[in-house]
Design a protein around this ligand. Structure first.
Ligand code: NAD
Length: 331
């Protein structure tokens, strides 16, 4: 009997591909670039399972192109805004993500952006490399203090809490906003639950860790930026469309806020016009989870989910659990 067929939409750590090949026939996109939607539809045809990336839109068209035998699409990411959940659920396709294993790496990159923005690291590094440095100067690259400042966290989930743990080393005061309160967290971190206007008004550093949902698109726009302190820094390592990037460019240019640190962008890899020309923003190319160990662990979860589902078992991390209930009812 032939082995089930698995497609991986872009190269992930080789150990993960080797682990898949122990069980399945595996094809991997050989090009180091995201597939177009048309190519994706071609490549998933007849597959029993797919490992997808956050750049792959997994919608009804892709699932229909895959065919009815396709049981699972395993995202190589914790965020899953690239999934059309209703389309997959209607077709009994299990969708999974990789929660938990990337919290440390993502929170570390978040804090790196916070520190780099406060201390003007990108700007001063460019200055030195361009040969402009003439020696120590009392007023050069004067930045912001971080210790004991107020850190506002929008979306206190796994990553938001991890950022709070890192902020404890700087004695930062934590305020947060979320659709849920976490009283244990408040007690452990002396944190204060606030509404969004208070979060905007009081944060010295505001960091975003909400998922991208219709309700969180442009969570930060022109109106919100105007409610922030003039000395505030905005950090976004969640998803690009959570911030209205054109409004942010305007706010940074007009010094409505002091600075921003960004890992994610609305139309990746394009940047909003004018963003790259600004000195008060630190820009990195969506690398929050990019450490060797983290990427391996993300791959291990995706592989384990596929092995389990194709063996008729439940996956560890399902984002549309209704399908599991539907499938168990059908048997
Ligand atoms: N930059 C990167 O490479 C990278 C890496 C990992 C995760 N992410 C992003 O970070 C997000 C958060 O990841 P996580 O594992 O912490 O998720 P999580 O589900 O543990 O936490 C999200 C939190 O946001 C809250 N929330 C949801 N809707 C909200 C709203 N409208 N207003 C306020 N709070 C709201 C939830 O209640 C939850 O506490 C992911 O969805 C993903 O998009 C980005």
């Amino acid at each position: 009997m032939s082995k089930p067929s698995v497609y991986v939409t872009r190269m992930i750590p080789a150990d993960c591909i080797a682990a898949l090949r122990e069980h399945f026939d595996v094809d991997v996109n050989p090009d180091d670039r995201a597939l177009t939607h048309e190519d994706l539809k071609q490549q998933v045809r007849g597959r029993d399972a797919v490992i997808s990336l956050l750049t792959d839109r997994i919608d009804g068209e892709v699932l229909d192109a895959a065919g009815r035998q396709c049981k699972i699409v395993a995202n190589y990411a914790v965020g899953f805004n690239n999934f059309d959940i209703d389309a997959a659920t209607a077709r009994n396709v299990i969708l999974t993500n990789t929660p938990g294993v990337l919290d440390d790496a993502t929170a570390t990159l978040t804090f790196t952006l916070l520190l780099a923005t406060a201390r003007r690291i990108g700007e001063s590094e460019r200055f030195v490399r361009q040969g402009e440095w003439q020696g120590w100067a009392p007023m050069a690259f004067v930045g912001l203090d971080v210790d004991r400042r107020t850190l506002g966290i929008a979306g206190l989930g796994r990553i938001g809490k991890n950022v709070a743990r890192k902020a404890a080393g700087f004695d930062m005061k934590i305020i947060y906003s979320d659709v849920r309160r976490d009283l244990d967290f408040e007690a452990s971190f002396n944190a204060v639950y606030v509404d969004k206007p208070t979060l905007l008004a009081q944060s010295d550093f505001l960091t975003l860790h909400v998922p991208l949902l219709p309700e969180t698109k442009h969570y930060i726009g022109a109106a919100e930026l105007r409610q922030m302190k003039k000395t505030a820094v905005l950090i976004n390592a969640s998803r690009g469309p959570v911030v209205d990037e054109a409004a942010l460019v305007e706010a940074l240019r007009e010094k409505i806020i002091w600075g921003a640190g960004l890992d994610v962008f609305e139309e990746e890899p394009a940047l909003a016009p004018g963003l790259a020309a600004l000195d008060n923003v630190v820009i990195v190319p969506h690398i929050a989870s990019a450490t060797t160990e983290t990427r391996l662990k993300m791959g291990e979860i995706a592989v384990r989910n596929i092995v389990n589902v194709l063996a008729g078992k439940a996956p560890d991390t399902c984002v549309n659990p209704e399908v599991l209930r539907q499938i168990s009812r059908d048997f």
